[in-house]
Design a protein around this ligand. Structure first.
Ligand code: MN
Length: 254
């Protein structure tokens, strides 16, 4: 079995090493291809206006001067000779819940693999309240999830899995929940300041959503992770809102 690993936090991030250690429990044939720097928030972007540089750290570790999507494309088109059986992305530093998945490079790397017909899973670890992160929950539950998925789940076309691990003590994890994507009200923060030359600059800060997260509905990724469950959300690349098709057809007399 062949596994390709990528992420958006960069090849030097601790989470990708945790994921590689998990993958090696299943096969010797693990290749890591990831951005050379932190590309969190890159979403599903491709680098089109500049060349990509590839660095071979050793025969199984490569970094790309681009996005997570660039890394997966480079891996599949240039680095690995045979299609991997799975592409795993992460483990991201902090969760990718609700609308996070539209910004997330971690999920996008899995999306790219999914587009190319490869079963793919994105993994993210919620950070602690003090801003730190611990990996023992992921180290325990990622192999459990992968064992079941590899043995018994067949990925439909255009479907990938988004896995989020809660923070806290590993012994307090309440189990694994299959969830749907949650919704939270976000207020993006744009911070304005002045650079040393006196010119204004702007910086998008962390969204102020933690106070009003929808924690109640345990069937959502938000609710499950907040309440101490590992969340697995099947994500569809087909984003068509089927419920609006007929309404629009009626409006346009189709
Ligand atoms: Mn990230």
């Amino acid at each position: 079995m062949k596994i390709l690993i990528s992420n958006d936090d960069g090849i030097g991030a601790p989470g990708i090493k945790v994921l590689e250690e998990v993958a090696i429990q299943f096969t010797d044939d693990v290749v890591v291809v990831a951005p050379d720097s932190n590309m969190s928030g890159a979403g599903h972007s491709l680098t089109l206006k500049s060349p990509l540089r590839l660095v071979e750290h050793d025969e199984r570790h490569f970094s790309v001067s681009g996005t997570p999507t660039d890394s997966v494309v480079m891996a599949l088109r240039h680095i690995v000779s045979e299609k991997p059986d799975f592409v795993l992305s992460g483990i991201n530093f902090d969760s990718n819940l609700a609308e996070d998945i539209t910004y997330s490079g971690t999920v996008a790397a899995a999306m790219e693999a999914c587009l190319l017909g490869i079963p793919s899973i994105a993994f993210s670890q919620k950070m602690r309240h003090d801003g730190g992160i611990t990996w023992d929950i992921a180290q325990k539950f990622a192999p459990i999830i992968l064992t079941t998925i590899m043995q018994s789940f067949s990925f439909q076309k255009g479907i990938l899995l988004n896995v989020n691990f809660p923070s806290g003590n590993v012994e307090d994890v309440r189990g694994i929940k299959i969830t749907r994507q949650g919704v939270r009200a976000i207020e993006d923060h744009v911070i304005q300041s002045v650079d040393p030359r006196g010119d204004p600059y702007f910086w998008i800060g962390p969204a102020d959503y933690r106070k009003n997260e929808n924690h109640i509905d345990m069937e959502t990724d938000l609710g499950a992770v907040h309440n101490g469950y590992v969340s697995i959300t099947p994500i569809s690349l087909d984003m068509t809102a089927m419920g609006s098709i007929q309404t629009l057809k009626d409006l346009f007399n189709e």
